[in-house]
Design a protein around this ligand. Sequence first.
Ligand code: LLP
Length: 453
Amino acid sequence: MTKKSSYESDIDLISPNRNISPITTELDFQKRLQVGGCVLSVLAERFGTPLYVIDEATIRMASKTYRESLKKYYPGESLALYASKANSSLFMSSLIASEGLGLDAVSEGEMITALNGGVAGDKIVLHGNNKSDRELLFAYKNGVTIVLDNQHDVIRLQQLIPAGSPPARLMLRFTPGIECHTHEYIRTGHLDSKFGFDPDELESVLISLKDVNWGVLMGLHAHIGSQIFELEPHRDLINVMTDVLQLARGLGHPVKDLNVGGGLGIKYVDSDKPPSIDDWIKTIAEELVQTCKKKNIKLPRLMCEPGRSLVASAGITLYTIGSKKDIPGLRKYLSVDGGMSDNPRPITYQSLYTACLADRPLELTEQIVTIAGKHCESGDVLLKDFKLPKCKSGDLLVVFGTGAYNYSMSSNYNRIPRPAAVVVNSGEADLIQKREEPSDLLRFDVLPERFRA
Ligand code: LLP
């Protein structure tokens, strides 16, 4: 079960979030990297670069581990929902549907993508701290569970759902007041957060929702943040959430679901040591069982919403190295044909990544380089002071761990078209996202009549 390469030694085949690379990563007979049975440089030749590559087996394994761990440690009902903000597409929705998971959406766009990919409406939940009327109605009409985030949601739904129509299925999100160690921008559980009801207003909100005829409160939700390596905050979360569960049920709400959000971290660089999916679920499930016993509460259906830990390590990005700038005694820049428009995470969160040469992954790393993107911005750097073998223009660079929050946060900054994406499995590669062409970027531009010749 152990493979060796320059970027990684031990592979955890069961919990893909603990690996830098997809679980199917191997060397071919020429010692070139291959993923899902496809040689990366062959993919680059066929589909061009930059190219997002998604390994199907890695996502399926992570999904299976979530499902099986829930079953193993939780005696009640359970459901893992994929947080589709991590990477939303028809392909992803269809894959998630085939794995029997539910899905978390935050917009009409994510909802239609999920529905069109085959995820049933009753397995989707809609989040958002400022949902539009259109989004609320769309969710209602498609049987999507709506997560009440604030009073605005309550007021709008009350007006939008016609009297006498079936009630909407609701969850209630609150801020649990739990601190965890992650980047400030992706922390959501502490009290100063724009998401969810404040704990102080919960009781009055629950009372006000008691006898409404437009909705029925089926669940509670809280999410403490993302890319978290500690298990303790989720244990604390269970304690806080079960108090609210008791309160809600005591008021007569038929609350069945307890949704603990997502947040399990992944390994981007060697020093990252995230817990396994199994450990994460075990901690949450055992804590919930014990707490329910202590507080004498009937077991709820346990839901969680992993995004990153389901897809990040399944994804890699292939770039072609182009120009070089050597500033003696200072820094050596190598520029690639993508950058902050296909991966805005380094410039946004100072995120770290691991990379290597696709065709020479085992070669000695004898130079320290900084991999720069091609955008007109000095901060457009993908990897700073990173060790690589000697390389030249035209060499293919692989950046690992790009399956989550890369494509979904991509932009057309500098009018750079988005890359294509392919899924690989057992030696087959299929296009799942067409490459944008520069001319595609004119699609939504409108030239007013008086400017036309
Ligand atoms: N549920 C809710 C309500 C969320 O807000 C999130 C993530 C998740 C689940 C999934 O969390 P995960 O399992 O992926 O950690 N763009 C940032 C991450 C933002 C996360 C937003 N919410 C990044 O690139 O690191």
